[in-house]
Write a new protein. Sequence first.
Length: 156
Amino acid sequence: MLALNIINKNFTQLLTQPLEYDQAAPLLFLVVEKVSANTFGSTEYALRLFPFLCGVLSLFLFYRLSKLCLTPKAVPIALGLFAIAGPVIYYSSEVKPYSSDVAVALLLSCAAVYCVSREVSTREYIAIGLLGFASIWLSHPAVFVLTGIAVSIACV
């Protein structure tokens, strides 16, 4: 149903009108999907490209986060379990923003661990703040992830 909205609506309609068939998606996700459909054609592969790339990116982000948070012996186990997680694999092949939600949550978590683990300059804080702002346009759950990160950092 989301794919039908992406294919049948132009950019203006996607960004200003409610989606049909009771669908919802972040605006930046819709824009990326529309660009992909316009560039590569309105095929299933073109529409599934971005979720697939987010799924692959999630593996690298999870690896990075694991290295920051776990012992060296636990990293391959955690990465292996993440790599074979059924929902992560499934949602990386579907035209829905769920795999981008995972990638954004992992990226924000990596940024948070980076901030807590070392001295961060003002420029880096601004860059991380802009990352947080942009993440809201790509992932609806990013608001909750950012809130959790803010509360965690405030408590430390």
